[in-house]
Design a protein around this ligand. Structure first.
Ligand SMILES: Nc1ncnc2c1ncn2[C@@H]1O[C@H](COP(=O)(O)OP(=O)(O)OP(=O)(O)O)[C@@H](O)[C@H]1O
Length: 295
């Protein structure tokens, strides 16, 4: 089966900055996936490479088995929605939607009209005059109504308020259920979007540091809370991702959530709590020191 998105040894350097560093991954099933990482980690650069908007310094990228740089036929099957999108000067929202309806063969006009209402997207004003949230609203309409087989969303709703973001999540899940496709979305609002993700790719200093199913990932860490001495005895030599201490009490996030740890913690009367995807990624990427990358 041909992979939908594939990168092998993908590298992009801008002078002395390695924005994407030897990244390899393969997505071969429809699903909504997260591309996460800190500011400057390389997410936008990776998305630009995946959509042929930039050239790789080294490595290979394939979208539905073909190079995005050479495959003009695939243009309507791959959508990249990004906050930094530049529009022709005279373009209004209605022009953006009209152009999108020409480019994307699966464009759904009725769905687009419903989305315009739900996001209160202004269609008759120039794009350059719109607020950040209004521009995001137009982007959200294109992201959803295009129904492109491969949809890359680079912080698509950065300007949207909480209500509009929830509208976006609801529409994405509902429409995805009826029209399965591959969606790769970058966001900094990890906890908010976490339930959407089947798989999570985390990039740090250009390197892919996590590529796992969201469920598996959540099960890889545990927070153990209680008397500091008891907590330390139970966690033993396991890797500590984070530690908070107050008086004699400690709350320790441990890398590893094996049954032995759970049993020992329960027997010691310690409190066990799951670690959210956001906490886990913050702990893992926070602990990823630049020296480790260089070595
Ligand atoms: N055109 C460019 N010229 C020089 N450096 C660049 C260019 N584009 C990106 N970079 C650098 O590459 C690195 C990765 O940037 P990128 O925009 O991909 O990060 P990001 O993960 O999308 O960040 P953010 O979450 O802040 O949007 C950064 O150090 C950035 O400064």
């Amino acid at each position: 089966m041909t992979a939908v998105l594939e990168a092998a040894g993908l590298t992009k350097r801008f002078g002395s900055v390695t924005a994407v560093d030897d990244v390899t991954f393969c997505i071969d099933e429809p699903g909504v996936h997260g591309l996460l990482g800190r500011n400057g980690a390389g997410k936008s650069t990776l998305m630009n490479l995946l959509t042929g908007q930039d050239f790789a310094t080294a490595g290979k990228v394939r979208v539905r088995g073909e190079s995005p740089l050479e495959n003009a036929r695939a243009i309507g099957e791959v959508a990249l929605i990004k906050e930094s999108q530049v529009y022709p000067k005279a373009y209004k929202g209605k022009h953006v939607l009209k152009a999108a309806s020409w480019v994307f063969p699966h464009w759904d006009h009725a769905f687009a009209a419903r989305l315009v209402d739900d996001f209160a997207a202004p269609l008759d004003r120039r794009m350059e005059k719109l607020s950040r949230g209004q521009r995001s609203a137009i982007g959200a309409v294109v992201a959803l109504a295009s129904r492109a087989e491969v949809t890359l969303l680079d912080e698509p709703y950065a300007g949207l308020d909480a209500v509009a973001r929830q509208v976006f999540y609801d529409h994405l899940l509902e429409d995805f259920a009826e029209h399965p496709r591959t969606v790769l979305m970058s966001t900094h609002l990890i906890d908010e979007a976490a339930d959407l993700f089947e798989r999570v790719l985390v990039i740090d200093h250009g390197r892919m540091v996590i590529d796992a199913s969201a469920d598996d990932l959540r099960g890889t860490a545990l927070r153990v809370v209680g008397r500091a001495e008891d907590v330390d005895a139970v966690i033993g030599s396991r890797t500590v991702l984070h530690r908070e201490a107050l008086g004699g009490t400690a709350a320790v996030t441990v890398d590893g959530a094996d049954p032995a740890l759970r049993a020992a913690a329960t027997a010691a009367g310690l409190e066990l709590a799951p670690v959210s995807l956001q906490q886990l990624i913050v702990r893992r990427t926070g602990a990823f020191a630049p020296e480790e990358v260089a070595s």
